[in-house]
Design a protein around this ligand. Structure first.
Ligand code: SF4
Length: 262
């Protein structure tokens, strides 16, 4: 069973990538779970026809039928869960993630599962959002970034969190913003922190179009080059066995890298 966590700066496209690779795994016939860890509980919407589901704990509490599963089936049978979060200003999101996932292990997780994807927000791996890693729910991390400074800076911070937790990084995913020399920049940065770039996702307006329609690109435009880019990424993640605890760099080195590639 692959248990992966996708991290990245807010707004970088983590949920889009997580949902599209979940769709790619599922269309291959793999038993796939998508666990959204965002307090907004909206990461799974494109797997669910644009529908927003209640959080896992809310669904458990409100269900009178104990045989009814608390997950929701999405595209090609992806099992979707939203761990949700606390009311703003109260409590810690990590607590919700831990309780939800412990319950999931007790009720549903078994050897029949092929892939579990944790879609985790956070510019830095704070104690709460590091829960999937600290509790060993996920043991392989992918960081989504672009070639922009702030995105690389956030990726470097996440790498620092992983180093502290001694967790393996499987690689960086470049979600392109159409920056000059972007592929080279992200590839080089990945090398600087001791890892590699595992996938490059081009910028394409059909991504937004599909989101507006409440679907992944794999569902909306299955024959597009964009859908194939997500499929290639899913395949690379599936086969990846190059896992390293990253070594973050001094942020000044990121500026130097960007200046060299202007
Ligand atoms: S650990 Fe993270 S999620 Fe929990 S309260 Fe602190 S900042 Fe919020």
């Amino acid at each position: 069973m692959k248990q992966i966590a996708i991290y990245g700066k807010g707004g970088i496209g983590k949920s889009t990538i997580s949902a599209n690779i979940a769709a790619a795994f599922a269309e291959k016939g793999l038993n796939t779970w998508y666990i959204g860890c965002d307090p907004k509980a909206d990461g799974s919407m494109t797997l669910l026809g644009g529908r927003k589901i209640g959080t896992f704990l809310e669904r458990l509490r409100s269900s009178t039928d104990t045989t009814e599963p608390a997950y929701v089936l999405g595209f090609k049978g992806v099992k979707c869960i939203e761990t949700g979060g606390p009311i703003a200003g109260v409590g810690c999101a990590g607590r919700g993630i831990i309780v939800a996932v412990q319950e999931l292990y007790k009720r549903y997780f078994n050897d029949d599962i092929d892939v579990i994807i944790y879609d985790v927000p956070g510019d830095v791996v704070c104690g709460g959002f590091a829960a999937p890693l600290r509790e060993k729910f996920a043991n392989e991390v992918y960081i989504v970034t672009s070639g922009e400074y702030l995105s690389l800076y956030a990726a470097n911070n996440i790498a620092r969190g992983l180093e502290n937790l001694k967790v393996n990084l499987g690689g960086l995913v470049c979600n392109s913003r159409d920056i000059k020399n972007e592929e080279r920049i992200v590839d080089k940065f990945a090398e600087m922190i001791g890892s590699g770039m595992i996938g490059f996702i081009p910028r394409n307006p059909i991504v937004r179009e599909c989101e507006n329609r409440g679907m992944t690109v794999i569902e909306g435009f299955p024959n597009s080059t964009q859908a194939n880019a997500y499929r290639r990424l899913a395949e690379s993640i599936l086969k990846n066995d190059t896992l390293v605890v990253p070594k973050p760099v001094d942020p000044e080195e990121i500026r130097v890298l960007l200046r060299e590639n202007e």
